[in-house]
Design a protein around this ligand. Structure first.
Ligand SMILES: Cc1ncc(COP(=O)(O)O)c(C=O)c1O
Length: 435
């Protein structure tokens, strides 16, 4: 023990999980806290090495010990990050672990760990939960990359097969589960790009009755929805989107039970440890500075998305936004969301043909300065893309038709730069030029 006392000026308290003792207790309390901002504020604040208000960056790939025996004990798992013993940053890194604690507080899970991208978080957790020959039941309406992972990559490389279902049809979900073989039920809380809202509590009930682990991608709705507080076992994120907010970082996270996070770091069997989608400590620090204002940003994204959706609808456009009363999942979202954060920062306009969609986006970017033609979401500028030919291009034409991705569907991540009325005037101008 002496060696770590010398090495670590900011001693952590000891506990039996990766979140640290006092944090584990606070997190347990935070799980009962409905508001993710309140949970974040009750999580432990990390100070810097010299008393700085911000945590220090542990920019080390490797960590030294004072006694050779300590190294052996770390490798047997007897001494770990819960007691401030670190081996190597592809395993736990203190700064990444601090960011991960914030992610656990945000999502109300016992633990979390951050990864190099959203896709690596998704693939690592699926590989951890499913062995060769395993089976996944997944929503049909998924981000194109996740859809490709499940329909092409995992069957070819690992013999992991997926049955795609309509998750609003609980009977269909139940019928697709093969008891003993199905390991995971996978869906997005709010789907990309169709903005379907999943009935998280009911889907969890169906899965849990059959011993299936529920993994929810909450990339589209951080703060707005808290899937783990609604019963999900694991929440994954593409941090690259709203949580980062800067469109400058690619990152991801797996939030779930400490036993899962620890298993992903196992030296013999851990998907993060052995596949190595590691987050850099400097990136973790940058992100830790952004999470405290995620709630404020989400409120503004959501507020503007709702105003624009209502006004676009009144102009006669075909708008898809779960905050609109006629959206088929509006009442469901109302029953699940964290009230202060609204209904999400994305809306879709169905222009029916790709040609019309492209003309609209061209006017919006190049004549009205309303936003940028770009994939991704959660940026302060509005980002727009035609999903069918971009982020959902991995789906076949039949699969796109089945989930309602029309060739002219324009997905808009509504930004908060400028004033609302300034941006609305630009949007109106582009629409009038189109006509
Ligand atoms: C819903 C969703 N999940 C996961 C991902 C993948 O995340 P990343 O680009 O960070 O790997 C994306 C987007 O790219 C996404 O939209």
């Amino acid at each position: 023990m002496e060696d770590t006392y010398v090495l670590a000026t900011q001693k952590r308290s000891r506990s039996d999980d990766v979140n640290g003792g006092d944090t584990a207790k606070k997190l347990a309390a935070a799980q009962g806290t409905a508001d993710p901002a309140a949970a974040l504020a009750s999580a432990r604040h990390e100070f810097g090495e010299h008393g700085g208000v911000n945590m220090s960056i542990e920019a080390s790939a490797t960590f030294t010990v004072m006694e050779p025996e300590t190294m052996r004990r770390m490798f047997t798992g007897e001494l770990g990050p819960d007691r401030d013993f670190f081996i190597y940053s592809r395993h736990f890194n203190p700064t990444v672990l601090n960011l991960s604690r914030m992610m656990a507080a945000l999502e109300g899970t016992e633990a979390a760990y951050c990864t190099a991208s959203g896709m690596s978080a998704i693939s690592a957790v699926l590989l951890q939960l499913c062995s060769h020959g395993g089976h996944v039941v997944a929503s049909r309406a998924l981000y194109g990359g996740t859809h490709a992972l499940l329909s092409h990559f995992l069957p070819r490389t690992c013999g992991i097969s997926t049955s795609f279902v309509e998750v609003s049809d609980l009977d269909m979900v139940e019928a697709a589960i093969v008891e003993g073989k199905t390991k995971v039920l996978y869906f997005e809380s709010v789907s990309n790009p169709t903005l379907y809202v999943a009935n998280i509590p009911e889907l969890c009930r169906v899965a849990h009755r059959k011993g299936v682990t529920v993994v929810v991608d909450n990339t589209f709705a951080p703060m707005v929805l808290s899937p783990a507080r609604l019963g999900a076992d694991v929440v994954v994120h593409s941090i690259s989107k709203f949580i980062s907010g800067g469109a400058d970082i690619i990152a991801g996270a797996v939030c779930g039970p400490a036993s899962l996070v620890n298993s992903m770091m196992d030296l013999q069997q851990g998907a993060i440890m052995l596949l190595g989608p590691t987050m850099n400590a400097k990136v973790a620090f940058e992100l830790s500075e952004r999470i405290p204002h995620l709630g404020l940003r989400m409120k503004e994204h959501c507020k503007r998305a709702l105003v624009f959706a209502r006004r676009l609808k009144s102009l006669g456009l075909k708008v898809i936004y779960p905050g609109l009363e006629e959206h088929p999942h509006h009442e469901l979202l109302k029953s699940m969301h964290n009230k202060e954060y609204g209904y999400g920062g994305l809306l879709c306009i169905d222009m029916e043909t790709e040609e019309k969609a492209n003309r609209l986006m061209n006017h919006l970017q190049n004549h009205a300065q309303f936003g940028f033609m770009a994939v991704s979401l959660g940026y302060y500028e509005t980002l727009m893309s035609c999903s069918g030919s971009s982020t959902s291009s991995e789906l076949s034409p039949e699969e796109k038709a089945l989930v309602g991705i029309s060739p002219g569907l324009v997905r808009m991540s509504v930004g908060y730069i400028g004033t609302l009325e300034q941006k609305w005037a630009q949007l109106e101008k582009a629409l009038s030029r189109l006509n």
